[in-house]
Write a protein that binds this ligand. Structure first.
Ligand SMILES: C[S@@+](CC[C@H](N)C(=O)[O-])C[C@H]1O[C@@H](n2cnc3c(N)ncnc32)[C@H](O)[C@@H]1O
Length: 223
């Protein structure tokens, strides 16, 4: 049996602090279409309150803020102060009409009052968590979402039944198992974890990045 990975909170923070200034250069071009597709599938509406988990360099904070508009608000949490600094610089350079509040927080310990948000969004972050922590993160999201609130997740994904494992997907899984300090993420059953957390899946979009399956899933909090 594969041993459970250690709690990587401190190493995640250090890792993302170290790469924060280079992150867009490393990942933005490849991941932007999937992130944008996920936001579109989630469909934030004017005036809504939206939470982003693991906002990274803040690209989708600005996207979400533009969609919810002047009467809306976006709260974002990320474990990395370095990422927070990059995201805050972007928001300051392009101040949106919506209220934006970004903070350092672990996604497993959301400190917002219950039912504070209409929607929550997260991209390329859920697949970083140990299997045992994913339900913890999603239970926290359910708690802070209003009944009927939506969760949008974009993540590296395990292949659907009948879909072959790609070489890249197998490499990620192997590297994550043997060298989790180098490859911090691995494909997950995105739909399965969202459903297991008690959300009713309302939309799914399949994508690929360099042949790697990527899935956007929207789940509704049935309350
Ligand atoms: C791969 S990056 C993705 C960033 C952004 N969502 C995007 O799609 O570009 C993962 C982000 O999750 C954050 N993160 C990692 N562990 C976290 C945790 N336990 N709680 C909150 N954020 C975390 C990292 O600091 C990083 O900004």
């Amino acid at each position: 049996m594969t041993p459970a990975p250690p709690d990587r909170r401190d190493s995640d923070r250090t890792f993302y602090d170290r790469i924060a200034d280079a992150y867009d250069w490393l990942a933005d071009a490849n991941e932007r279409p999937a992130r944008r597709a996920g936001v579109k599938l989630l469909g934030p509406k004017s005036g809504e309150a939206v939470l982003e988990l693991g906002f990274g360099t803040g690209n989708e904070v600005l996207e979400l803020a533009g969609l919810v508009g002047a009467g809306g608000r976006v709260a974002g949490i990320d474990v990395s102060p370095g990422m927070l600094a990059v995201a805050q610089r972007k928001v300051a350079a392009n101040p949106p009409a919506a209220k934006v509040d970004l903070s350092v927080c672990d996604a497993r310990e959301l400190a917002f009052p219950p039912a504070s948000f209409d929607a929550a969004y997260t991209s390329f972050t859920l697949e970083l968590f140990a299997a045992a922590d994913i339900p913890v993160v999603l239970a926290g999201v359910r708690r802070v979402l209003k009944p009927g609130g939506r969760l949008g997740v974009v993540s590296m994904a395990t292949p659907n039944p009948g879909q072959p494992d790609t070489f890249l997907e197998k490499t990620y899984v192997w590297m994550h198992r043997h060298f989790p300090h180098i490859v911090d993420c691995r494909p997950i059953d995105v739909r399965g974890v969202v459903e297991a957390a008690g959300f009713a899946v309302s939309a799914v979009e399949e994508m690929t990045i360099w042949t790697m399956p990527v899935r956007a899933v929207v789940g509704v909090n049935l309350g």
